[in-house]
Write a protein that binds this ligand. Structure first.
Ligand code: TYM
Length: 328
């Protein structure tokens, strides 16, 4: 059976982009594969966080994963800082990663420009930690949105380099990027990725937004000055809405074009808003229920960490031996 690994940062709210680009696929994959999913709080501190808020957001993110349908009996769902091997392997791999390679990461360039007052070393070596996450579990597939593709390729390069030196230590991971909604765009500027850190809250849909709020955000989505609902070059706003609608309803673009032929954008935007609101309604309800069950959540993430600990330690032991660390 194939092994799947993926992670999500517990910073702020989870968006429709995170859901359609990644988490929805995590849920589907757990039926068939061995899956490990992590709330990556070590990654989160590359940007300054308030300690109390990070703690709360970490628990909420965990509850939200379960609410989205991650089943802690089927998948290993854990919090990254609970499993020491992540930081440990990250150090080793950082010694097998070149400064030049990390300098080419577009996310580092973006983030260091946006947080110019805190361009810390962790922000720079972030992709090495991500490689450690993936390689520790010998993952075959990594379900992510398209924005993580470059990091994933680096993880593969690092693995290949390490294997070249020491034999077959790591499985080479492949990305698992959805055909649809691999990059959900901002509702206010459809040439930009939908991001929770957008200053304008109308630009993104949070998984936990109320149905009315979701519908309102879609109603005010920026489109174009034409009238035809059609997937075409240059119609970024409509293309984005069609992708979202297709991802949540399963309808093809052709079916959508036929459904809205001769109808205005207003009607289409309302339909997309309603479909998304209906998809997310049960997630929000389950989230509220899980957040009242703190003891259950603790039990789940502790068990998850135990399983992750056992798996990751095997890889770490192998690596320590290969690089020449004297056994304890
Ligand atoms: P993060 O927390 O930024 O995002 C989590 C997942 O959501 C996807 N995503 C999107 N997909 C489509 N459209 C969007 N607008 C959109 N925004 C976000 C991301 O591609 C991602 O899959 N570095 C990672 C977390 C990480 C990780 C890992 C992932 C750490 N270690 C190991 C995979 C494997 C990140 O910051 O994701």
């Amino acid at each position: 059976k194939k092994i799947i690994f993926s992670g999500i940062q517990p910073t702020g709210v989870m968006t429709l982009g995170n859901y359609l680009g990644a988490v929805k696929n995590w849920v589907a994959l757990q039926e068939e594969y061995h899956c490990c999913y992590s709330i990556v709080n070590l990654h989160a501190i590359t940007i300054r966080q308030d300690a109390k808020a990070l703690r709360e957001n970490t628990l909420a993110a965990y509850a939200l994963l379960l609410a989205c349908g991650i089943d802690p009996e089927k998948s290993i769902a854990f919090i990254q800082s609970h499993v020491q091997a992540h930081a440990e392997l990250s150090w080793v791999l950082s010694c097998y990663t070149q400064f030049g390679e990390l300098s080419r990461m577009t996310q580092f360039k973006d983030k260091s420009a946006r947080h110019a007052d805190n361009v810390n070393a962790g922000l720079f070596t972030y992709p090495v930690l991500m490689a450690a996450d993936i390689l520790l579990y010998q993952a075959d597939l990594v379900p992510v949105g398209i924005d993580q593709k470059q990091h994933l390729e680096l993880a593969r390069d690092i693995a290949q380099r390490f294997n070249g030196l020491y034999g077959n230590v790591f499985t080479l991971p492949d990305g698992y990027i959805p055909k649809l909604a691999a990059k959900v765009m901002s509702l206010q500027d459809p040439t930009k990725k939908m991001s929770k850190s957008d200053d304008n809250p109308k630009a993104f849909v949070a998984i936990l937004d109320k149905p009315e709020t979701i519908i309102k955000k879609f109603k005010s989505a920026v489109t174009d000055s034409e009238t035809q609902v059609a997937y075409r070059e240059g119609k970024d706003g409509i293309n984005n809405l069609m992708s979202i609608y297709s991802a949540v309803t399963g309808k093809t673009f052709q079916v959508i074009e036929d459904e809205f032929a001769g109808k205005g954008y207003g009607e289409f935007k309302l339909a997309v808003g309603e479909a998304v609101a209906e998809t997310l309604r049960p997630v929000r309800e389950r989230f509220d229920a899980y957040m009242k069950e703190k003891a259950y959540l603790e039990d789940c993430y502790r068990k998850g960490a135990e399983k992750a600990q056992a798996l990751s330690q095997r890889t770490l032991d192998k690596v320590y031996k290969k690089v020449g660390f004297l056994a304890k």
